[in-house]
Structure formats: C-alpha cells, structure tokens
Design a protein around this ligand. Sequence first.
Ligand SMILES: Nc1ncnc2c1ncn2[C@@H]1O[C@H](COP(=O)(O)OP(=O)(O)OP(=O)(O)O)[C@@H](O)[C@H]1O
Length: 198
Amino acid sequence: MIEACGVHRTFGGVSVLRGVDLAVRAGELVTLSGPSGSGKTALLSLLCGFDLPDRGSVLPGPASWSACAVLPQSLGLASELTLEENVALPLRLAGREVAGVTELLAELGIGHLAARFPAQVSFGQQQRAALARAVIARPAALLADEPTAHLDAVSAVAAVGLLRRAADEGAAVLIATHHDAVHEAADRVLVLADGQVS
Ligand SMILES: Nc1ncnc2c1ncn2[C@@H]1O[C@H](COP(=O)(O)OP(=O)(O)OP(=O)(O)O)[C@@H](O)[C@H]1O
C-alpha cells in the first residue's frame, strides 16, 4: 500500500504540497501527472522516506521500507558495480538467491551490456538497468519517477510492460510521468496541480 494523508510540504516559503491525499492498493498501477514543477518528485520523495512532510502522514513508513523499491530520476546505480551486479544487489542484500537477472536485462534489451559499468553505457540503458533493479526482488510497493524519460519507443514499451507486470503480480505501483504510453497502462491517472492531487 502506498498512501498519503493530508500531506503538506513547503520549500523556502513556497507551499508546494497543500494537503495531498492518495492511496494506491496492492495490485494497482497508478500514474501521477502534472505540470513540470508541480511537486511530483517532491511527493515521491516523501512517500519513499527520502524527505519528511511538514504535516500529514505517508506509507510505506520505516517499518515497511525494506519492501519498497524506488526508481529515482537520478537512478542511483552503484558506479563500481556492473549492470548485472547492480540488478542483483536487492536480492543479495535480502539474502535471497540471485535469479532472473539475465532474463530481465534481456527483456529490457540490455542483456549484451550486463558486464559493463554504468559509466560505459548510455543514460537510457542505465535507466533500464535501474528499472530492472527496482522490480527484481518483487517489492510490495514501487515508486518510479519518470521511468521512461530517456527511452525510445520500443524500450519504453518494454519498461511499461515490466511495471504493469509488477502490479499484476501484486505490487502497489505509483509512477510520476509525462508519457501517454505509461498513463495508458495505468488503472488510474492522478493529477497533481496547485498542491493537491485529484
Ligand atoms: N529540496 C528542495 N528545496 C527547495 N525547493 C524544492 C526542493 N524540492 C523541490 N523543490 C521545489 O518544489 C517544486 C516542485 O518540484 P518537483 O521537482 O517536485 O516538481 P516535478 O513536478 O517533479 O517537476 P518535473 O515534472 O519537472 O520533474 C519546484 O518549484 C522545486 O523548485
């Protein structure tokens, strides 16, 4: 479950989020649209615990952060690990068997780059690796910020397919995006405008 209840956040005197309420249930893929600068990234940062609300509450909270995967715009791949090692990391950290990495990279069209380091591939290729890392451990909640921003049409279809599958397998998935192809795969589309979600 992903949830925001009465969330407020102000930056430098500017009230960006003004009483945001939303809920994404297990098995649901919900997209968040809204003009550039409306606060989508700020909201995702609160939902995943990167930031704290001035007022209101969010889920997942600290007790369930380990079951939450985040795909930030900055990707956050470990530069000293290969793409394959990056994708395997959530499984290793959880003490689980490493399986499915090769298949996932192939599905996203970057199987041939598995042994390269992030700095040796394009940003769009890094973005696909970060997406694979976000879904590999089957998180209960998945927050993705513009996951198709640097992808061509074919790669975007593969990425959206993967996010849809994560929801179909039971994850609560929330995606901030400007892309119609992602909205079309969603169960619901939310709009963030004037500090509130509708
Ligand atoms: N840490 C911060 N400090 C100061 N201002 C911030 C901070 N984070 C966000 N803001 C401001 O909050 C507003 C919303 O920013 P945010 O990045 O959340 O928008 P967005 O909807 O994700 O935009 P885009 O679609 O361009 O990615 C902007 O005016 C931004 O400058």
